[in-house]
Design a protein around this ligand. Structure first.
Ligand code: HAM
Length: 447
């Protein structure tokens, strides 16, 4: 392995980045909103580890899924375990359900989470190797209303953040009774087109023909247009379930579009699958799932999925446990931040200082140092530059921030226990004893 140069060492790894305060204010607004709505609907928080046994993901997600096949960060520990940086949370939540005895909790168990996930993807717009998700999972319920609630909460979060033109693409991929017949039909269709398939799809055809519907290669996208559709092969139970989900979405007036080829990238899904987009006048909805064109975003914007999910009634059984019907989904937080900025939506507002502390001389500095805390305890947002000594410099900073009052402590004030309150708009000053200061500021700020 060639040694990294000094310059390379102080660069973050490809596809991973620092998130600075500007973006974090957006992140906080999304999380605050998402938590508020999720908690209203009875979801409880859960945090799962960043590392898991690699096999927890490989079977449920599918050995042939992009994520397991190409994108999982795995490594052997010194003790010989094969661990993986979590690429998603759904399999983890099922593990946690079983390990933490959630089967004795009132059902359905409803959980929400947020945090970092890792996929060794080719970084491009909206795709990173470390990214953040906010997710919801409802465990132990088959009723279609639970699918609709999950979709409704994702919809509400975006709506309350100020997004318009939210579009849910939805499909049912059947269950283990009817899906095998569809897969056979699909395999027959693709076998006839074998020569036109991309290299990966030729291989995937044997393992799981559903994966072909998810392929981002241009030639495979073209073939998909005439492929058989799952909706024509659903059994009666799946049809009724899907109809139920759509009826609840209609009831809530949630805009959705049936997408007969939506399959999602993981094997654990069954019945409902959905993805969430912001429709964009320049990116017609019919192209919305065409993520392969994301890197052309600048030239011809194509909507990218802000979130996705579905039902995964078979996941627990794949893990070798008792069957547990479940449904959930997750948002990609970087993608939402990107869209909020693009559309001029507001980040979390942080209280701006309304007073500014100015000190001249070492005794005044010590007094100012403690006064900061008195103001904090009274929840008065205050700016400071305790490391500066020059009056003019400090007054300039106060003016730049646009505070109402500057609190000036000089040597004389520090000795006699007073503070000069300077009204920055009017340029007037008043000397106040320190024990009356908080009262005076509060009264002044109210005016
Ligand atoms: P997913 O579709 O793989 O589903 O990811 C959900 C969302 O995470 C995507 O719609 C996207 O916004 C974001 N995302 C995925 N990969 C990246 C990436 N490399 N860079 C940036 N954002 C990304 C899941 O992960 C499922 N566990 C969702 C789920 C929960 N299904 C049922 N319950």
């Amino acid at each position: 392995m060639p040694k990294k140069t000094k310059k390379e060492i102080i660069r973050s790894p490809k596809g991973m980045h620092d998130m600075l305060s500007g973006d974090i204010r957006y992140l906080e607004r999304i999380i605050d909103m998402a938590k508020e709505i999720a908690e209203f609907y009875g979801f409880l928080p859960i945090q799962t580890p960043h590392l898991e046994h690699a096999e927890l993901f490989s079977r449920p997600l599918g050995e042939m899924s992009e994520v397991v096949e190409k994108q999982m960060y795995t490594f052997r520990t010194k003790g010989g375990d094969l661990l993986a940086l979590r690429p998603e949370a759904t399999a983890q939540i099922m593990r946690a359900y079983s390990e933490s005895g959630m089967n004795s909790w009132p059902h359905p168990v409803k959980l929400f989470y947020y945090g970092s996930f890792f996929r060794h993807e080719n970084p491009q717009k909206g795709r990173f190797r470390e990214f953040r998700q906010f997710g919801l999972e409802t465990l132990g319920e088959t009723d279609p209303v639970t699918d609709a609630i999950i979709i409704k909460i994702f919809y509400l979060i975006l709506h309350e953040l100020g997004f318009e033109n939210i579009l849910i693409r939805i499909n049912s991929i059947g269950d283990k009774e009817c899906r095998p017949y569809y897969k056979k039909e699909l395999a027959n269709y693709y076998k006839k087109k074998f020569n036109y398939l991309c290299k990966d799809c030729k291989r995937r055809l044997k393992e799981n023909p559903l994966r072909l519907l998810d392929c981002k290669e241009e030639s495979c996208i073209e073939l998909k247009a005439k492929a058989p559709q799952m909706i024509d092969h659903l059994c009666d139970e799946c049809k009724t379930h899907f109809k139920g989900v759509l009826e609840f979405l209609d009831e809530a007036e949630i805009p959705y579009m049936l997408d007969n080829y939506l399959v999602r990238g993981f094997d654990y899904y069954g019945r409902t699958v959905f993805e969430i987009f912001i429709e964009n006048s320049e990116s017609p909805a019919k192209e919305a799932s065409n993520e392969g064109k994301e890197n052309n975003h600048e030239k011809a914007p194509i909507a990218i999925a802000l979130g996705g999910g579905g039902r995964y009634d078979e996941l627990m059984a794949i893990l070798g446990e008792k069957i547990l019907p479940a449904v959930g989904g997750a948002f990609g937080l970087e993608r939402i931040i990107f869209e909020m900025k693009r559309l001029g939506l507001q980040p979390r507002r942080v209280a701006q200082p309304r007073v500014f502390l100015i000190q001249i001389g070492s005794t005044a500095k010590k007094r100012g140092f403690s006064l900061m805390e008195e103001l904090r305890e009274e929840r008065i947002p205050v700016g400071e530059s305790l490391s500066r000594d020059n009056l003019k410099t400090q007054l300039n900073i106060a003016a730049k921030i646009g505070v109402r009052f500057a609190l000036i402590i000089g040597q004389k004030e520090a000795m006699e226990g007073s503070v000069i309150i300077r009204n920055m708009d009017e340029g007037t000053q008043e000397v106040v004893m320190q024990n009356k200061l908080i009262e005076k500021i509060k009264a002044g700020l109210k005016k």
